[in-house]
Design a protein around this ligand. Structure first.
Ligand code: NAD
Length: 529
């Protein structure tokens, strides 16, 4: 059973946010705009519940995740419907890029969290420290705040929430005001799976609710959204020394080398630029094609774009749905107009499609673009594929790295070794050779960027590390022995230490032997303490 708007509204009676279907403009429902007091209270409740959850046997915690996985698998069609209704994306993408990703992430957690949380022995190389035994333990932060955007309204907050819960944290989640119902479905499924409701609380609301969450009793924040909001979040977090992960925007380059398969690569470019109506942080945002195949590549991209069906996401035949709202569409229109004014060539598209609705924009290909154009510098959250040619590998790498962003990139070549070598030279959190975007669906792969694309990682081992703080536990094997470095300072102490340093680090064997002897002799002359 889905969470209905009425269920949510009955929880709080404050100002409401009306959520619209971006394709049809119909009302999906309304949710409360939580105020700062309500959000502070939610974080307090989470805080009170978290210690018991962290102390629970891990198999019991993981049982909740397993049950959640069963419920999600059984209800995939209904949940996909909720995602499509509020985000507009085709059902095919709600299933493949949202639900499948989450089911696989749960499996990853079930398989890996037991080993991840097992205390790890830390061997000591220094001979004197061999008298101690060290372990690295991973402790949950406590309450993890999560702030999410609208473009992947289910998979983004779900993977982060499940990772936080599996490692013993409680979560307070503030979804995007445009797509709150997907997060409410996540909450419902987890509560049905047996999770104490205080351990995951979804606080719906606008930007102010996110700002209030930052000031509440959370111990860590995972923020996903735009660079502009990310900067504000980072400043507020710095003021209270709150650790944060920032998953921000991208301007992902695609480099097509001359030996690439043009048929495969053009399909990848069209899918990579237009899936989710181009509103993917990892989407192909800049395409650089070797001059020898440039015209052929453009022609095939144009032909394949002509085959796409644009329409309402809930129609199974739809390839490209609407954009999220008109404001976003206007930004894309402005960027396309700027490119055309500066000399870009329109291959196809370039216009809004008002007969379908106010948020539809035609999949657009621009050729002969350059880096003076906004379309090559600013994030384009819309269905636009800007393409330009290059002559040499050096030029392609320089163009790819000429960006304030560094989220992901792709390289296309039949020579996998060449692709891998080139990947090392591109500054991005992820570089895929011969695929795009799919890294988000690889549960083992860390997700995150460099430069303005953010700080920290979600997903995989690195995503798990973000949910815990490392505690080093050390146990001395000789509890009845005073330590050499304690008081009893004086010339003998210094002799002992310098002798020990020579023993360990002097390159000359004679000096090392002398150091050992000096250290042993001076030990006997030390002042007792
Ligand atoms: P946004 O920055 O406008 O909003 C993101 C979230 O922050 C929303 O929940 C919003 O309500 C909240 N928010 C707004 N003001 C806030 C404030 N002052 N304090 C705290 N929270 C506040 O982003 P958006 O338009 O929802 O999403 C699109 C952006 O997200 C794009 O830039 C995209 O690249 C990025 N994104 C990044 C990733 C990634 O993993 N790197 C994934 C998806 C989307």
């Amino acid at each position: 059973m889905s969470v209905t708007p009425t269920d949510v509204a009955s929880m709080h009676s404050d100002a409401e946010i009306v959520v619209l279907n971006p394709a049809t403009q119909e009302t999906v429902g309304s949710v409360p705009n939580f105020n700062a007091e309500q959000i502070a209270a939610a974080a307090e409740r989470a805080h009170a519940a978290q210690a018991g959850w962290a102390a629970k046997d891990l198999p019991k915690r993981l049982r909740v995740l397993r049950r959640f996985q069963e419920l999600l698998c059984a209800q995939k069609d209904a949940i996909a419907g909720v995602i499509t209704r509020e985000a507009g994306k085709p059902l095919a993408e709600s299933i493949s890029t949202e639900i499948l990703v989450v089911l696989d992430a749960v499996q990853y957690l079930l398989n890996h969290v037991p080993e991840f949380l097992r205390p790890e022995h830390v061997p000591h190389a220094n001979p004197i420290m061999k008298l101690k035994r060290g372990w690295l333990c991973r402790e949950p932060y406590g309450v993890v705040g999560i702030i999410s955007p609208w473009n992947y309204p289910f998979s983004l907050p779900s993977v982060q929430t499940l990772t936080a819960l599996a490692t013993g944290n409680a979560v307070v989640l503030k979804p995007s005001e445009f797509t709150p119902f997907s997060s409410l479905e996540l909450q419902r499924l987890l509560h049905e799976a047996g999770l104490d409701p205080d351990l995951l609380q979804v606080v719906t609301g606008e930007g102010g609710a996110g700002a209030a969450l930052l000031q509440s009793r959370i111990d860590k924040l995972i923020f996903t959204g735009s660079v502009a909001t990310g900067r504000r979040v980072a400043q507020a977090a710095a003021a209270r020394l709150l650790p944060v992960v920032l998953e921000l925007g991208g301007k992902d380059p695609m480099i097509v080398l001359q030996d690439a398969d043009v048929n495969v690569t053009s399909s990848a470019a069209v899918w990579g630029a237009f899936m989710n109506a181009g509103q993917t942080c990892l989407s192909v945002e800049r395409c650089y094609v070797h001059e020898s195949i440039y015209d052929k590549f453009l022609k095939q991209c144009e032909e394949k774009t002509a085959k796409l069906t644009i329409g309402f996401g809930h129609d199974p035949a739809t390839d490209v749905g609407p954009m999220i709202h008109e404001r976003q569409l206007r930004i894309v229109q402005t960027q396309v107009a700027d490119a055309l004014n500066r000399g870009a060539r329109l291959v196809t598209g370039g216009t809004a499609l008002p007969h379908l609705g106010p948020n539809f924009f035609a999949p657009t290909i621009l050729a002969d673009v350059d880096h003076a154009m906004a379309i090559m510098r600013e994030e384009t959250f819309g269905p636009v594929l800007p393409v330009r040619s290059f002559k040499t590998e050096e030029e392609a790498v320089a163009l790819a790295n000429d960006s304030e962003f560094g989220l992901a990139a792709s390289i296309w070549t039949r020579n996998r070794a060449r692709g891998k070598a080139l990947a090392r030279r591109v500054n991005a959190g992820t570089v895929m050779v011969n695929d795009v975007i799919a890294c988000f669906g690889i549960s083992e792969a860390p997700h995150g960027g460099v430069k303005a694309s953010g700080i920290g990682r979600t997903h995989g081992r690195f995503g798990l590390e973000e949910m815990v703080w490392p505690k080093y536990v050390d146990s001395d094997r000789l509890p009845g022995m005073k330590k050499l470095w304690w008081y009893g300072y004086g010339p003998a102490f210094i002799q002992q230490m310098t002798g020990f340093i020579d023993l360990l680090f002097n390159r000359n064997l004679t000096n090392r032997i002398r150091g050992a002897s000096r250290s042993t002799q001076s030990y006997r002359q030390r002042k007792p303490f």
